[in-house]
Design a binder for this molecule. Sequence first.
Ligand SMILES: Cc1cc2nc3c(=O)[nH]c(=O)nc-3n(C[C@H](O)[C@H](O)[C@H](O)COP(=O)(O)OP(=O)(O)OC[C@H]3O[C@@H](n4cnc5c(N)ncnc54)[C@H](O)[C@@H]3O)c2cc1C
Length: 595
Amino acid sequence: MQTSPPSTDPAELTLRGVGSLDEVGRLVHEDDPAAQLALALANLAVRLTAAGLGWPDLRTLQVRTTHVAELLGVYDTLTEHLAEMGVSPRTTVVEVPTLPVPGMTVALDAHAERRTESVSDHHHRRTTMHASTTTPAVHDRPTRLEALVSACPGAVHGPGSQEYDAHRMPWNVALDQRPAAVAVPTSAEQVADVVAAAVGLGYRVAPQGTGHGAAGLAARDLSDVVLLRTTALTTVTVDPVARTARVESGAVWQDVVELATRHGLAALHGSSPDVGVAGYCLGGGIGWYARKHGLAANSISAVEIVTGDGLLVRADAEHHPDLFWAVRGGGGSFGVVTALELRLLPIEDAYAGMLLWDVAHAEPVLRTWAAWAADAPDEVTTAFRILRFPPMPELPDFLRGRQVVVVDGAVLGDDAFGASQVSALRALDPEMDTFGRVPAAALARLHMDPEGPTPNVGGSTMLRALDEATIATFLAEVGPDASPAILGAELRQLGGALGRPAPGGGALDRLDAAFCAFLVAVAATPEMAAAGRASIDQVLAALAPHGTGGTFLNLAEQDGVDPRTGFAEPTWQRLASVRAAVDPAGTFLANHPVG
Ligand SMILES: Cc1cc2nc3c(=O)[nH]c(=O)nc-3n(C[C@H](O)[C@H](O)[C@H](O)COP(=O)(O)OP(=O)(O)OC[C@H]3O[C@@H](n4cnc5c(N)ncnc54)[C@H](O)[C@@H]3O)c2cc1C
């Protein structure tokens, strides 16, 4: 084997897609992974030599394959070759749907960099010589963090850097996440690299998009955890014929809504345009179409995910079906999702809007809404809220410094049907009524959720029904005569398709409750956070006797949530066994860990 002549000049080589091609670029050994791998390695050797580099200069090697099972059968070809060359570059295997040439099942991506004698090498050598009589000082070896940073160039940032502080900040800026390092990979392959390097160095990995659901994570000790932010992965594509969207896992709902509506299509997004598609869908996802079309988790038709062994795989009904089942509602415990495929619906518009009253009308409005919502057709999805706004100048006049009651939501159907549905509430003479025909895109902002970084504390509970006792408790805690430190006390209407098992659904295929109570308080200062937390805990405790005992984990931001309560016991057991299979070392840390 030829190697490059010794030199102190810096030289680098990055190669992508080295395959089993002959000298004129024709594929050799079609559909034969063993032969393709051997020839790809030979071609890699030629390319290294041409660049004046050798096998010892190889730093990373990525094997991309369309058939991971077949590749693993012939993987010895690679490991034996590397052993023969006396090298051990960091190696990852990534499953991909296609490679550049039809019939190609294996391709190699490599990064080589000439090993020059650096100041630290000199230092290390001196230390090593000295070490023949004395133990080398710990600081002479690269620390675990340094090793991680250098294994993933540009993607990992440690404490003390500006990037670390910028990227550890979640959407909920009241939370202080202090992980061992923050990784911001810019491609799915780089996600696989980060996971492989982190696992190799004994770190855990916490996937995170926007940080809307960061409360569960920030409450944990993250000193041994790499926080993997997917914020750089934001590409969304829509296939209007197949009615699907492929959404990279750092995208937020607004990205999808905008693109889908151009084709007359809608996704099962939630109430906030800047909530992350991944965290929302993996945790269930209830939005304005939910009582007709169910949980967003069950609109996932595939995920691309990096599992604990650093493999990037596609999980769908045919491939890795157990993993596919688990991620649909089971959350972020099974790997780092790099992209999701979602089924879209042919919805162009809806009869939607809001009705608003002063808080003095809370009781009659809640009683009317509760009776109506329980029996409403599946086409109707609404929410009831008591909102207490501070006198902030940026708020519109009708909200600034006021306490109000709002019912908002959407009706799927024509105007006459929509009007007939909201007529009982209209009869209560709201001071504002915006219900009418709106384009589907408008639903992403209907709820007026805060966009951009927002300090808050929250919590939720699932209610069996809105009977007399539950209504009385809710009003006593947050009604006109109460003064909780709570911005929004919300009741979301469940039932309909949300209450029925989704055909072929995932781990969360329905919600076993009639309403979900969700409470949120502004936490601009530690004192406000403490007051908000105390008020929310008090309301949750008061509502507990009326609850199902279950939890909708997406909205569960209170302390001490037991993720087990998010699922029926057999589901929990199955989630645990899938987790044990795909992440036996317990690498991944979700905000609500399962298994
Ligand atoms: C203002 C507001 C409005 C909301 N409205 C709704 C609503 O209408 N309906 C609803 O159902 N929920 C709603 N939620 C809850 C929201 O769905 C959850 O907070 C959800 O977890 C947010 O996802 P994210 O990716 O933005 O958050 P993150 O905090 O980034 O992620 C939450 C968790 O999801 C997992 N995760 C995220 N990305 C990945 C990934 N790429 N791979 C693997 N795991 C990953 C991780 O376990 C992570 O800890 C709302 C929350 C807020 C704050």
